[in-house]
Design a protein around this ligand. Structure first.
Ligand SMILES: Cc1cc2nc3c(=O)[nH]c(=O)nc-3n(C[C@H](O)[C@H](O)[C@H](O)COP(=O)(O)O)c2cc1C
Length: 390
């Protein structure tokens, strides 16, 4: 299964084309819209999230509520496009003598793609870079991930996320009764956090960052429950599922680190306190006494929940900008300011959930017979039974 995304932040629309989905899968626009709305929420987002209400148009690959097996094209129109037609139009602009394109950018923001992207593609108007490097693109990554999540739910696999740290404030609550109880709490938390005390402190830290014209980052955790054991592979480096999940997390804008299970803590503990002892019983088959390795061994699933964490750096656009250089005059200047979030960690948790859902669904579709949903459901059930009795 594969997908491409296209679209500029202030262009007419964002598009994704998904290829390789099984036929016969129920899929409605509202399945995707629900997830797009989750990405737009979260304390600390800028004004754009109030302007845009993302909704998807399914342009191909679905008939009468079921996938056809042909490519699924999804389109999310930018509601704000009407204000950007001159600045972002596809036709050459009609300019009077000496007039410049409006909102040209020549003062790159430290931490963003502006300067390196300009050097790479030869753009002297850095808007040509930031329009695509903007995290607006994650809208359609969530759309593609929502389709993957729908497929996984039909296979008995659930994906959820929560925020475990913002601006140095850590959630002390890491346990939850079930994935549904985790969802119930985090969907009602403005920062998607299980710890209601930490939630308040996180919101305060976001307010302070905003007041200071600054930004803050954090850590998000994604959990996948219901995976059969043996998905992924150890036989070749580029087939390892943990490697694919790590790449997916670090591919999210501003994500700089990834951990599985106890993660970096494993470097500080002996093997006896890291590896998960194996047990077997008739009902559950092989399980582990603990899940410190986060459901992955040898590039494959163990059948225990997958636990992946991602580290997001603070957002690069600062209302009190850092020093930069004007690429035309080469003089020192403050970096340019674009409408921006002061903290996007809660939204980024939703993005992380969806890029992980995509990789998991993709690994399943690649590994098992998947032209038809009914056959795929049966094959996954067989794999669960096989792994239990092995
Ligand atoms: C959900 C989300 C929202 C973001 N919002 C902004 C923003 O408003 N302003 C900004 O400068 N960066 C924002 N970023 C981060 C930048 O897109 C990112 O730092 C930039 O693309 C450079 O890539 P890099 O940080 O991965 O090197 C956001 C990231 C995510 C995941």
């Amino acid at each position: 299964m594969r997908y491409l995304t296209a679209g500029e932040s202030h262009g007419p629309q964002l598009t994704t084309i998904i290829e390789g989905l099984p036929a016969g899968m129920p899929l409605l626009a509202e399945d995707i819209n629900e997830q797009l709305a989750r990405r737009q929420k979260g304390y600390g987002r800028g004004r754009r999230m109030q302007i845009e209400k993302d909704t998807v148009h399914i342009a191909s690959g679905v008939r009468h509520g079921l996938t056809l097996g042909s490519p699924v094209a999804l389109v999310v129109e930018n509601d704000d496009w009407k204000h950007w037609t001159k600045i972002m139009g596809q036709e050459p602009p009609e300019l009077n003598e000496g007039e410049e394109v409006k909102r040209k950018i020549t003062r790159p923001r430290p931490g963003h793609a502006d300067l390196n992207g300009g050097i790479k593609y030869g753009h002297r108007d850095l808007r040509n870079v930031l329009e695509r490097s903007s995290a607006r693109e994650t809208t359609v990554r969530v759309a593609a991930g929502a389709v993957a999540k729908k497929l996984l739910s039909l296979l008995g696999i659930e994906v959820a996320s929560h925020v475990i740290e913002i601006g140095g404030i850590k959630s002390e609550v890491r346990n939850y009764e079930s994935i549904n109880s985790l969802k119930n709490i985090t969907e009602n938390s403005p920062v998607r956090c299980l710890d209601l005390e930490a939630e308040k402190a996180m919101m305060k830290a976001i307010d302070e960052a905003k007041e200071n014209g600054d930004s803050i980052g954090g850590v998000v955790e994604v959990i996948v429950e219901g995976m059969p054991a043996g998905v992924g592979s150890y036989v070749h480096f580029d087939r390892k599922l943990d490697a694919k999940l790590a790449a997916a997390i670090v591919s999210i804008n501003a994500f700089k680190g990834v951990e599985f299970g106890i993660g970096f803590e494993a470097a500080r503990k002996p093997g006896s306190e890291v590896h998960d002892e194996i047990i077997w019983d008739e009902t559950n088959g092989y399980t582990r006494k603990t899940n410190r390795l986060g459901g992955l061994e040898g590039g494959m699933t163990t059948g225990m929940p997958i636990v992946v964490r991602g580290v997001m750096k603070p957002i690069p656009t600062l209302y009190k900008p850092l020093q930069s250089v004007d690429i035309d005059s080469k003089e020192p200047f403050s970096a340019s300011i674009e409408r921006s979030d002061s903290c996007a960690v809660p939204a980024a948790a939703v993005v992380a959930e969806h890029v992980i859902a995509w990789e998991i669904a993709s690994a399943i579709v690649d590994q098992f017979y998947s032209d038809r949903l009914d056959t795929l459901i049966r094959t996954i059930e067989q794999q669960r039974t096989y792994a239990r009795e092995f």
